[in-house]
Design a protein around this ligand. Structure first.
Ligand code: IPM
Ligand code: MN
Length: 357
C-alpha cells in the first residue's frame, strides 16, 4: 500500500517558484520508485502573499502548514516589497511563520562535494572533506527580542535568551553530534554580552548529560575567522539566531556556491525545509538558478520529517552523480563542467538518476 504524505508547498518569490518546481519534479520521481503518494498543497508567503492578500503571512498559510506533514519552501523577498513598513515586509512573514510553527532549531549542513573542491574561493586542501553542521537557534535572540523600536533619532533591538530556549537548542545540537563526530563548538560573544554568558553557562549544564560529546566554546569573531582558516576543525556549531545567520552564509561558501546547501527548521511538530539562499530576484525567471539546494532540502524533508531514508538516499546519490558527471548550472559553470544546464534541465537529470536503481 502506498504511503501518503501531505506536503505544504510555499514557492515564494524571485527564483522560489522555479527551484521548488524542480524539487517537486525530483520528489515525484522518487514517489514512483518508493511507492509514495505526495499530496501537495500550495500556500502563500512573503511578497506573493502581499500581492494577493495584502499581508505577508495569511492565516490560511499558518493553519495549512500546521495541518501538513512537512513544509517545502523556496525563498521570499525582493526589491518590490523593500520599501514597505517592517510589519508588512516579506521577511516579517517568514519570521512569523517560523514562530507560529515553533521551528526553533535551524539545521544548516555545510559539506564540500569532492567534485567541486575547485569551486570554492578557498584552497582545495583547506576545504576538501569539510562536513559540518550549523545548529542555529531560530525563534529567539535579537530577531524577536523586546523591547525594540525605531524612534527616528535612535533605534534598538534586544538580544534576549531564556535558559529554557538555550537548553532546548543545545539539546538538539548535542543529539546531532551524537550521530556525527561527537564534537560541539558553541559560538557566542560571552566576553562582551550578558546574554552570551547565560548561553555559555546553560550549554555547559546541558553538556553534562552528554559525557561522550566534546564541548568547546568560541567567540563569534574568532569563529568567523576559524571557519575560513581551518573549517575541518568543526563538527557541530551551536549558536544563536543572528550569529547563526551570519556564520551559515559564510560556511555555505566553503562548498563553492550558496546554491548548493539545504536546511531544515525543526521544533515543535511540523518542520520547514528550505534552501539557505534567498530569492535572488536579479536572476529570477531566467532559468539559470541552481535548484540543488532545494532538491537537497526535499531530501532532508524525506529523511527527517517522513522517515523515508531510501528515497532521501536516492536523491542525495543523484545529486552527487550529476555533479560527478559535470552537469552544472551557471553559478558553477567554470568548475569542471561538461555541460551547462538550465534550472529545469538539471532538475530533470536528477529526477532521472533518482528514479533508477
Ligand atoms: C535566512 C534569511 C532570513 C533570516 C531572512 C530572510 C529573514 O537570511 O533564512 O537565513 O535572516 O533568518
Ligand atoms: Mn540568512
Amino acid at each position: 500500500m502506498s504511503k501518503k504524505y501531505n506536503i505544504a508547498v510555499i514557492k515564494g518569490d524571485g527564483i522560489g517558484p522555479e527551484i521548488v518546481d524542480e524539487a517537486m519534479k525530483v520528489l515525484d520521481a522518487v514517489a514512483v520508485t518508493e511507492d509514495i503518494n505526495f499530496n501537495y498543497k500550495e500556500y502563500l508567503l512573503g511578497g506573493a502573499a502581499i500581492d494577493e492578500t495584502g499581508v505577508p503571512l495569511p492565516d490560511e498559510t499558518i493553519s495549512g502548514v500546521k495541518a501538513s506533514d512537512a513544509v517545502l519552501f523556496g525563498a521570499i523577498g525582493g526589491p518590490k516589497w523593500d520599501t514597505l513598513p517592517r510589519d508588512k515586509r516579506p521577511e516579517t512573514g517568514l519570521l512569523g511563520l517560523r514562530k507560529a510553527m515553533g521551528t526553533y532549531a535551524n539545521l544548516r549542513p555545510a559539506m564540500v562535494y569532492d567534485e567541486l573542491v575547485n569551486a570554492s574561493s578557498l584552497k582545495p586542501e583547506v576545504i576538501k572533506g569539510v562536513d559540518l553542521m550549523v545548529v542555529r537557534e531560530l525563534t529567539g535572540g535579537i530577531y524577536f527580542g523586546e523591547p525594540r523600536a525605531n524612534e527616528g533619532d535612535r533605534a534598538y533591538n534586544t538580544m534576549v535568551y531564556s535558559v529554557e530556549e538555550i537548553r532546548r537548542i543545545a539539546k538538539v545540537a548535542f543529539d546531532i553530534a551524537m550521530k556525527r563526530d561527537k564534537r560541539v563548538c558553541s559560538v557566542d560573544k560571552a566576553n562582551v554580552l550578558d546574554v552570551s554568558q547565560l548561553w555559555r553557562d546553560t550549554v555547559e549544564e546541558v553538556a553534562k548529560d552528554y559525557p561522550e560529546v566534546e564541548l568547546s566554546h568560541m567567540y563569534v569573531d574568532n569563529a568567523a575567522m576559524q571557519l575560513v582558516r581551518d573549517p575541518k576543525q568543526f563538527d557541530v556549531i551551536l549558536t544563536g539566531n543572528i550569529f547563526g545567520d551570519i556564520l551559515s552564509d559564510e560556511a555555505s561558501m566553503l562548498s563553492g556556491s550558496i546554491g548548493l546547501l539545504p536546511s531544515a527548521s525543526i521544533g515543535d511538530k511540523v518542520g520547514l525545509y528550505e534552501p539557505i539562499h534567498g530569492s535572488a530576484p536579479d536572476i529570477a525567471g531566467q532559468g539559470i538558478a541552481n535548484p540543488l539546494a532545494t532538491i537537497s532540502s526535499a531530501s532532508m524533508m524525506l529523511r527527517y520529517a517522513l522517515g523515508e531514508s531510501d528515497a532521501a538516499d536516492r536523491i542525495d546519490n543523484a545529486v552527487k552523480k550529476v555533479l560527478a558527471k559535470g552537469y552544472r548550472t551557471q553559478d558553477l559553470s567554470e568548475f569542471d563542467a561538461t555541460e551547462v544546464c538550465s534550472t529545469g534541465e538539471i532538475g530533470s537529470i536528477i529526477a532521472d538518476y533518482a528514479s533508477k536503481k
